[in-house]
Design a binder for this molecule. Structure first.
Ligand SMILES: [Zn+2]
Length: 225
């Protein structure tokens, strides 16, 4: 069990999946069920991209303008920085890396250096049209940051935030065109990563069309958590 962290090595899991496959939702569930810390590499990179430094400017250009994969050394630096603030005894869920084959060894060595045991990669599989449909309906409040789904939480994008009345906004790269490009980049770069973990018996493929609870149950059963 992941909760019995004092009895064995502290586990680390990697979550991979295209945009909208529910990685953050699963990471939140892992947080409440296993007290695992969530490292969202994409979020961490977007935070860096907001820094008014040459480094931040470089990351901003790559992810928001060119919409390309971030170079390995930047991913490594950001991941190491995120790990520094997590206690050694806490399980971790890494979401958003490794995104390409050249990052695999880096990520595995960072996990090993943190003293944790790598349990495997969960791949949340989602078709491209479902990805576009989910992401294009994802907005957040410009004031309090609350996340809402159009058509589920609020009727349309013109609605105010249900919590604070703030304006709802969409992430810069969440347009249909943006999602299509991210999905393609994800697919092309990540397929070799999945193949490698599959060969090592460390890949757990789960349909992201299931409900979040069903996905979690699948993961627990398949990974024996
Ligand atoms: Zn709000």
């Amino acid at each position: 069990m992941m909760t019995e962290s004092t009895r064995g090595p502290v586990p680390a899991i990697v979550l991979l999946g295209p945009p909208g496959s529910g990685k953050s939702t699963q990471a939140d569930l892992f947080e409440s069920v296993f007290r695992a810390a969530h490292i969202d590499v994409g979020d961490a990179l977007r935070r860096v991209a907001g820094d008014r430094t040459p480094f931040g400017e470089r990351v901003r250009e790559i992810i928001h303008v060119r919409k390309e994969l971030v170079p390995d050394e930047i991913v490594r630096a950001v991941l190491e920085r995120e790990l520094e603030r997590i206690p050694d005894h806490q399980p971790i869920v890494i979401d958003g890396a490794p995104r390409c084959e050249s990052q695999v060894d880096d990520i595995l060595s960072i996990i090993r250096d943190s003293g944790r045991a790598f349990k495997g990669v969960v791949f949340l599989d989602l078709p491209v049209e479902a990805s576009i449909d989910r992401i294009s309906r994802r907005f957040s409040c410009s004031e309090c940051g609350r996340k809402v789904i159009i058509g589920t939480d609020v009727p349309d994008a013109g609605t105010s935030c249900p919590d604070c009345g703030g304006r709802l906004v969409r992430r810069e790269d969440d347009s249909e065109e943006g999602v299509r490009k991210r999905y393609r980049v994800f697919h092309d770069s990540t397929v070799p990563v999945l193949r490698r973990f599959e060969e090592e018996g460390k890949l757990f493929r789960v349909s992201a069309l299931l409900s979040p609870r069903e996905v979690l149950t699948e993961i627990r059963n398949r990974m024996v958590l």
